[in-house]
Design a binder for this molecule. Structure first.
Ligand SMILES: *Cc1c(COP(=O)(O)O)cnc(C)c1O
Length: 232
């Protein structure tokens, strides 16, 4: 696997996109999405200097996180049901996909039981696709305000996943929309609650960075195609 070389390429494309937008490259962090790839792939990336990883499937992730051991920080980026909140709170440092108050309350309860403060992002469905999760844009303010009240959760920002467009430029209005939504919500929330914008994947992360992403979630461009992988 060419994980180290792929990481170098993604890091430099990230820095170039940040510079194009007049942003400090250090203001954008890479979440390496290791779903379906084995612990060894994570170890290769870690050895190359990548510390932040993203996973979508709880059971798979829990096994992998145990196998890799201390070192990485883990972001949950998949669809999360409230009845799985305990596992997510236990294994992850950040849950990026809080889409309902019911889920937020479940995460808060389990984080409190574990004696930890869990960092979360509110996921917003800006593409309007039925099958994509995330709250509706019109619900984001009320959800963010309620999440900010929960003592064991630390709200840090918003996350979105646009529809797949062949042309990454087509996602630009959605990325800009997430940035605008965060700046609209920020004044009504505790300081720091809207600092992070998680948006952009392998094929469109440079556009997302130009529009203000602070976290980009990149899998295929680092670890290769998932079609040949064994786990879901
Ligand atoms: C799989 C996934 C990614 C990474 O996608 P790539 O196209 O492989 O970079 C990013 N975000 C979410 C929510 C994902 O499910």
């Amino acid at each position: 696997m060419e994980v180290a070389a792929n990481l170098q390429r993604v890091w430099s494309e990230m820095a170039l996109a940040a510079k194009r937008a007049g942003r400090d490259p250090a203001s954008v962090r890479l979440v390496a999405v290791s779903k379906t790839h084995p612990p060894e792939a994570v170890r290769l990336a870690l050895a190359a200097g990548q510390v932040l990883f993203g996973e979508n499937y709880l059971q798979e992730a829990a096994e992998k996180i145990k196998a890799v051991g201390p070192g990485p920080a883990w972001h949950f980026i998949g669809h999360l049901q409230s009845n799985k909140a305990k596992l997510a709170a236990e294994f992850f440092d950040v849950v990026e996909t809080v889409h309902s108050l019911k889920l937020a309350k479940a995460l808060d309860r389990h984080a409190a039981e574990l004696g930890k403060r869990l960092t979360v992002l509110v996921q917003v469905n800006l593409g309007g696709e039925e099958q994509k999760s995330g709250c509706a844009p019109g619900e984001a303010a009320a959800l963010a305000e309620a999440v900010a009240e929960l003592p064991a959760l630390g709200l840090r920002g918003l996350m979105t996943m646009p529809p797949y467009y062949q042309d990454p430029e087509a996602a630009r209005p959605i990325f800009a929309g997430l940035r605008e939504l965060a700046s609209r919500l920020a004044p009504g929330l505790p300081p720091g609650s809207m600092d992070e914008l998680s948006m952009g994947m392998s094929h469109d992360f440079p556009v997302a960075i130009e529009e203000g992403a602070t976290l980009v979630r990149v899998g295929t461009a680092i670890f290769g195609s998932r079609s040949s992988a064994s786990t879901p």
